[in-house]
Design a protein around this ligand. Structure first.
Ligand code: IVH
Length: 697
């Protein structure tokens, strides 16, 4: 996890590094977009620190290591107590070393820590006078900041009036949630402005902007409480004695937003081990949070410990930031590809100059749809902020507009379908080839023959192209009419491969309905939804007889999906009839069709229960993660999910409070961590195999 220091070889490189860091930091604190992403900046400062440790007599006065961070903005409102920054650690070892040095300094172990997310926004001081919100001040250079009271009323989480008429200062972070950021960029570009590169820049720019024609909301989270000069003496005294966690409870009781309202509330921990366990938990939850965090802040909780530790000029000694790997990097957008999906959707995808984010090299990022490109005013050659969290597909947040050179080129939108040349239906946000799913016959046949659908071995992409180009198949059902002679007539098809392919095609006729349904490629019905539908209705006939209302009896199908599934099935009727005639199985083994009056009853979805057999996973939601071993070793994720559902359970790919059991194999990572956080039962692949032994083939 440690971010390596940038290597600085000589005094000239050192001076340059200091200059770069100062410039980037100035832009950062002035609310502009830094020329460096956070990770690069951190590495640069670490490199500077390493060089300075070796050349203590040559340290430059404006080095970012020595001063209160962010001294760029001239502020006119003095802070009562300096708004300090935080020192960083990047690994468990560095953290443990910090706790040890803190213990040495105060002459005892820290009694208790408070552990809270490091919110990725900007620090502000919020003054309340007799309970009324009176002033907002940025951090500025730490001793004085800018008055940004004009932003009062646009920051969620900061009430105009506290629950008590106290005079206090709440400190905390102003940020934009992901949704607020999207909204802000939409409004901004609609007003002809350049989009902000990321939520942090958006919050910084918005907070400082005066007299804008529009306002966009931001969010505040408090992480500190202190008295002001006018604070009643007894209250000021009490505040000086309270632990950090008690102060935070007080902030929340006043009605100000804190992280207590989120999935990653501040907690206390008695030992360094407990802190590290919490760091892991928060890191695992990071990708799913609706706002950005860039680390975890650990503070000595007790006032007495904080006082004993004291503060340096830049940062307190009683707190530290445990930085998480950066999830954002700046790279260049080289190209935009237009891919036609199975259903004819034409989707843009950004090709990037490869960039490493949290250990993975990123070359592609999603670009949702054409209007998304227009809205973000993206151009080829742009520097773009790329965001990648967890296993989610990386996304381009926005261009870094001030890095434009003028050589950037507009992104050309296709005028005809890039696959078949037909017209494009641009009526919806997502563009679609007018030929719909036929456009991509090759893609849809390859998908249908895939391992998780009809599993026709020997029918990969190349072979499908051959069949389509030779006009031997025009739809899925034609596969089942292929003759030996036709196949032998194709290039590179010998007798053995022909016989093997014919046998595989014949075997595919016996696949369960769930796989046949999945092979049809109906929008919104992937593998697990197809299984749910097949299990619920048991036969293709019942599925086809279902209207939108009946379709909604299947879990996960709501008012929006139901009519589109019903309509697509109707559209596919001739193909389904053809498949039936070809002898393709249209029933789900073991499933029982729902009785017309029964509605969404449990037994229609638990066939084994209906037959009186034991379903060991009845009522359970199971998540599989990591590598399977033992009897389950050879099973694909899809086969594992099929198995879980055969045994009466529900399979899911993400861990949530609703998960009952997590099967964690070798190499399980964040899902396992999340299960531990939520206290969800974990089991090994071997024990799981024993539990469902009756259902393993
Ligand atoms: S405590 C004196 N707590 O991180 C203690 N800061 O890198 C300083 N930050 O300037 C602040 N989340 O803007 C604290 N839970 C948290 C925080 C937090 C984010 C920011 C804050 C600070 C910066 C230091």
């Amino acid at each position: 996890m440690t971010s390596p220091a940038a290597e600085i070889v000589d005094a000239a490189a050192y001076a340059q590094a200091v200059e770069d860091a100062v410039k980037a930091s100035a832009a950062y604190y002035a609310g502009g977009t830094s020329t460096l992403d956070d990770d690069t900046y951190d590495r640069l400062v670490r490199g500077i620190a390493v060089w300075e440790a070796e050349h203590p007599d040559q340290v430059l006065a404006d080095s970012p290591t020595g001063k209160v961070a962010g001294g760029a903005v001239e502020g006119d409102v003095p802070h009562t107590v300096a708004m300090l920054s935080l020192d960083n650690v990047f690994s468990p070892e560095e953290f443990t070393a910090w706790t040890a040095s803190l213990a040495r300094r105060i002459g005892r172990e820290v009694e208790r820590f408070s552990v809270e997310p490091k919110l990725d926004g900007l620090a502000i001081a919020v003054r309340y006078t007799r309970g009324r919100l009176s002033r907002l001040i940025t951090r500025g250079d730490g001793t004085a900041g800018e008055d940004v009271s004009h932003a009062i009323g646009t920051i969620e989480g900061l009430p105009q009036n506290l629950a008590e008429p106290v005079t206090v200062e709440v400190r905390g972070e102003v940020l934009m949630t992901t949704a607020q950021f999207e909204h802000a960029n939409e409004v901004r570009t609609a007003h002809g402005g350049q989009p902000f590169a990321n939520p942090r820049n958006a919050a910084a720019g918005t907070l400082r902007a005066k007299d804008r024609a529009y306002t966009v909301p931001m969010t505040f989270f408090g992480y500190g409480l202190l008295p002001l000069a006018d604070t009643e003496a007894s209250l000021a005294e009490r505040m000086g004695e309270l632990s950090h966690s008690d102060l935070m409870a007080q902030v929340a009781a006043y009605g100000v937003n804190t992280t207590a309202s989120t999935d990653v509330p501040g907690v206390t921990a008695d030992t360094a081990e407990q802190v590290l366990a919490r760091v892991k938990e928060v890191a695992a939850l990071r990708a799913a949070l609706p706002f950005g965090i860039d680390g975890i802040v650990i503070k000595a909780d007790l006032a007495a410990d904080q006082q004993a530790a004291g503060s340096g000029s830049r940062a307190p000694r009683w707190a530290i930031a445990y930085k998480l790997p950066a999830v954002e990097k700046i790279t260049r957008l080289l190209e935009v590809e237009w891919n036609v999906g199975r259903t004819g959707i034409i989707a843009p995808r950004g090709v990037l100059e490869p960039v490493e984010i949290d250990g993975a090299t990123i070359t592609y990022a999603t670009l949702h749809n054409p209007s998304d490109i227009t809205r973000r005013d993206l151009r080829l050659g742009d520097h773009v902020m790329v965001h990648r969290a967890g296993d989610v597909i990386p996304r381009i947040e926005a261009p870094v507009a001030h890095l434009r050179t003028g050589d950037e080129q507009p992104i050309a939108f296709p005028e005809a379908c890039p696959r078949c040349g037909a017209g494009i239906d641009t009526g919806e946000q997502r563009w679609r080839c007018e030929n719909g799913r036929n456009c991509h016959l090759v893609a849809s046949l390859t998908y249908a023959a895939g391992r998780d659908q009809l599993d026709i071995e020997g029918l990969g992409h190349t072979r499908v192209v051959q069949l389509v180009e030779a006009d031997l198949v025009a739809d899925l059902a034609d596969l089942f009419a292929l003759t030996r002679d036709q196949l032998l007539g194709l290039e590179r098809m010998g007798e053995t491969s022909t016989d093997n392919l014919l046998a595989a095609i014949t075997a595919a006729k016996d696949q369960p309905l769930s796989r046949v349904l999945c092979a049809l490629g109906i929008r919104g019905t992937g593998r697990s939804m197809s299984r749910r539908i097949a299990r619920h209705f048991a036969t293709m006939e019942t599925i086809r007889a279902a209207d939108a209302e009946t379709m909604q009896q299947v879990e996960g199908i709501g008012t929006e999906k139901a009519p589109s599934i019903v309509a697509e099935l109707a559209e596919l009727a001739p193909l389904i009839d053809k498949l039936v005639t070809a002898g393709v199985n249209m029933t789900e083994p073991g499933a029982v069709p729902p009785s017309p009056t029964a509605g969404d009853t449990a037994d229609s979805e638990s066939p084994e229960a209906a037959e009186g057999a034991v379903t060991p996973l009845a009522g359970m939601t199971v998540v599989v993660t990591g590598a399977m071993t033992g009897p389950l070793e050879k099973l694909s994720r899809n086969q594992m999910n099929e198995l879980i559902e055969r045994a009466g359970g529900r399979s899911s790919s993400s861990v949530s409070k609703k998960t009952t059991l997590v099967v964690a194999g070798e190499g399980a990572g964040s899902k396992r961590a999340k299960a531990e956080t939520l206290g969800i039962r974990l089991t090994t692949p071997d024990d799981f195999a024993t539990l469902i032994a009756d259902f393993v083939d």
